[in-house]
Unconditional design. Structure first.
Length: 253
């Protein structure tokens, strides 16, 4: 990997950190960038776990007060994140590269559709007068477990999917939802990194270079990033994810 590749990864990390501050979905940009610098698909997925984890860890610390206020089912959700994420990461390692290549287009399609339809589903349900979120708590937990399972295997867009689930099946504020999302994803991601590292598929140098960029972009440049229209950034991420999904179907099928 050349110095130019490392510079591109650092710059991509900066942009990813800014995107995560604004709207989430940075993995849609970092995953293909990692592949473009010479990593395999499996290495790129493992590197994404390492590169983007600071946002979740620091986010958990920042929202520690809000996390204490959502204690109901918190331990259960952490257990679901640990179990689901571990199973997903073990499947990623055991099924191997060929299975992952076949799954990539479908995983991207799932993440893209979730990213696009989450706000629409939320708005539709909010208009249904008979919809009682408390009666559907069990369904929320089941869906969250499936997201952790998916996240342990791939991870792109899982934070956005979780926020959509919280917004549909609870009355949490966005700050409480962010606190819960950061805590569960941080736990799941750490376990995934341990599993990937034990299997030797984590490319540490590019991962840490992109991580450094993500820290700079997410925290050192947060004030600049917040001045950009969130709707515009979200629309750009959606367009990019659609193009990436179409390309993945063309390349792998």
């Amino acid at each position: 990997m050349t110095a130019l590749h490392l510079l591109l990864l650092f710059g991509g990390g900066v942009l990813a950190g800014m995107i995560n501050v604004l709207a989430g979905g940075a993995g849609f940009m970092t995953f293909p960038l990692l592949i473009a610098t010479g990593l395999t698909e499996m290495q790129a997925n493992a590197a994404n776990f390492v590169a983007l984890i600071p946002a979740n860890i620091v986010g958990t610390a920042v929202y520690r007060r809000e996390l204490k206020e959502v204690r109901q089912n918190l331990v259960l959700r952490l257990v679901l994140a640990a179990v689901g994420g571990t199973i997903g990461s073990l499947l990623f390692v055991k099924l191997g590269a060929e299975s992952f290549r076949v799954a990539i287009p479908w995983l991207l399609l799932f993440a893209t559709l979730s990213f696009a339809t989450g706000p629409l589903i939320k708005n539709w349900l909010e208009r249904q007068k008979g919809f009682d979120v408390h009666r559907w708590q069990w369904l929320s937990l089941c869906l969250e477990f499936l997201v952790y399972l998916y996240g342990g295997y791939f991870g792109l867009g899982m934070g956005i999917i979780l926020l959509a689930i919280y917004s549909i099946f609870s009355h949490m504020t966005i700050h409480h939802a962010q606190a819960l999302r950061n805590a569960t994803i941080a736990l799941m991601t750490v376990l995934g990194i341990v599993i990937f590292a034990a299997d030797g598929i984590v490319p540490w140098l590019p991962s840490l270079v992109m991580m450094a960029g993500a820290i700079v972009g997410g925290y050192g440049m947060a004030q600049i990033a917040r001045r950009m229209p969130q709707g515009l950034v979200r629309g750009a991420i959606l367009c990019w994810s659609v193009m990436l999904t179409l390309y993945a179907f063309w390349r792998y099928h």
